[in-house]
Design a protein around this ligand. Sequence first.
Ligand SMILES: O=C(O)c1ccccc1N[C@@H]1O[C@H](COP(=O)(O)O)[C@@H](O)[C@H]1O
Length: 211
Amino acid sequence: MRVKICGITQPQQSLAIANLGATALGFICVPTSPRYVTIEQIQAAVAPLPDHIDKIGVFANSSILQISETVQTSNLTGVQLHGDETPEFCDQLRQILPNIEIIKALRVRNLQQLETTTNYIDYVDTLLLDAYHPQQLGGTGKTLDWEMLQAYKPSRPWFLAGGLTPDNILTALNQIHPNGIDLSSGVERSPGDKDLDKVELLFARLKSVDI
Ligand SMILES: O=C(O)c1ccccc1N[C@@H]1O[C@H](COP(=O)(O)O)[C@@H](O)[C@H]1O
């Protein structure tokens, strides 16, 4: 199972988290976020990472030009679209960045909204489900209704996100079986400052499940 730790802001934490077992690291390119990082900060955090670690830029309602410039100058391997990007937008982005993983994040409020994820299947590599928050785009610490996701089996790999912590991850994975998990605020001391003890505890707990 893929494990993405998102909202990295400090270059020295980047390699440490990869060494603890993360398969992907996420960098927030949304200027209103307290975890926002500049291209220079992403470059510094990405530089020490081995090739097998996925380096994902998280965007929300950015233009294709902004995304492609950031991807190319920061050596990212994927983008996570966390705003209101349409399937058509994902398709256009694919034409510009054919070799970059496109992850469409959807902030899910109810079952009806969950069904709209099928609209993206043909245009993205991966789906990511996050909790809906009326004021914040992401990094909210809010969990999804996991029961609602028990029958969720899209024809694309998907990440579970939203309020995951070392304390609730096993409860979540006992109920649902995503292809990956994504954690941000649940493994930090304050926004953007990851708590390496919590990250270590997460991977220790994940060892006990068959993933
Ligand atoms: O983390 C942020 O500040 C953020 C800002 C804008 C869009 C997405 C953001 N983070 C994403 O939110 C989810 C869940 O975070 P949490 O575990 O509930 O804190 C995760 O996918 C982050 O990539």
